[in-house]
Design a binder for this molecule. Sequence first.
Ligand code: NAD
Length: 474
Amino acid sequence: MATPTAIKTPQLTINGRSCGSADSLSVIDPSTGESFIEVPAASLAQLDEAVAAANAAFPAWRATPLTRRQEIVRGIKDVILANIDELALLVTTEQGKPLGNARGEVGASLRQIDFLGSITLDPEVIKDDETGRVEVRREPLGVVGAITVWNYPILAAMFKLIPALVAGNVVIVKPSPYTPVSTMRLGELLQDVLPPGVFQVVAGTDELGSALTAHPGVHKISFTGSVATGKRVMASAAGTLKRVTLELGGNDAGIVLDDADPAVIGADLFWAAFSNSGQVCAALKRLYVPESKFDAICEAVAAEAATVLVGPGLQEGVKAGPVQNKPQLERVRQLTEDAIARGGEAFFTGEVPDGPGYWFPTTLVRHVAEGVPLVDEEPFGPVVPILTYRDVDDAVARANNTDYGLGASVWSPDLDRATAVAERLDAGSVWVNQHPVVTAAVPFGGAKQSGIGVEGSLHGLHGYTNIKVLSVKR
Ligand code: NAD
């Protein structure tokens, strides 16, 4: 078992240099509940410095031809691959997920580079005749403030960094104060391949995030986090009419149709809900099952749950880690206890390690319905309610009866039937026989209050651009 004692303290990255600070953030290993490192926290003066450096770096970076920018961005992949063990160890230590999953996270972040590292961004020609030429170009916005969350620190940062850079922007990342370490290390590592000021990392508290969203020298905010914070970000960004991409929370419903085979889908349903200990924005968070299949589905999902070893991410054989932070643990605990107090039955409760650490057992709850906060709200942890429905109309209406709209899924061997139900669900992504699937080539974003804009694909990259029309009269 590797030990986190080998971890060196990463610094802020401002204008190509590693910088300390008078302030610090204490970062907790959620598998012990104890601080394992103190990292520098950027002051408001350091944020100003970073914004000034970004604005100074922008003209040369935007003037760099796309193919050369892409060549540099492909160099990021080499640096990350050469340091993947270290980055994965940092992710596991600060976030809690099993080491293999942390490696998977870092590896998955490279798919952005594979996808965007060789695309072309030719102007869209609307007219080209004897009277003139009209074309639509995509121009970079300038300085992007990227604010990330604690469930996938490296993936979230890379999903913003790579498209922003390819489009010709410069980026300042503010990681979550719960998980700043791996992102800070990424900032240090990438200074070998990126010009000063093109990618900077300023760790800090929520207040630093707020200052970034209000800063007049920042032109776009790409934010991942809760709906409540997303609204604050949008309000603050309005001061200078910054562009925003908001990737927010979800309360994704899954609907099992009455022809589904519980033995076939049980394990997939489990992992749809419990991957990363349920701390996935587009995890399955409410499962709707017809009466006729209810017992069999509960049994099949619980059978997979029983195979999962929960423990410290550096321990061999562990498949699920702790909840990442204490407030989140308290929230999951409170929602679960409340559901049971209201008549719910926790029909499966897994084992957790003894002792400190933010442990919550894998928990499956039934005999609850809408009106119970565990069903209506997003727990973002290792607990999921399983509900019954009367008919498909009932299931669709209840799945859609929420302000969230991130993802949803339908489960059936009859793909036409499942697709017809999928078409009725109001969400940014609707999956059939899977949940969730997020890749670099496919847009991902929320309907309703789950967000604005998308990440991934050319649509995501376009979010880091302004449209500019060039119109020539001949
Ligand atoms: P949060 O909203 O509290 O914090 C996220 C980030 O915002 C942190 O870096 C934080 O420091 C910063 N922040 C806090 N207040 C701010 C402010 N006023 N201005 C600017 N920045 C501020 O996040 P949380 O609630 O701990 O995270 C969990 C939520 O994130 C869940 O709802 C989850 O679904 C969502 N999430 C969404 C996605 C997605 O892609 N849609 C991905 C992961 C997580």
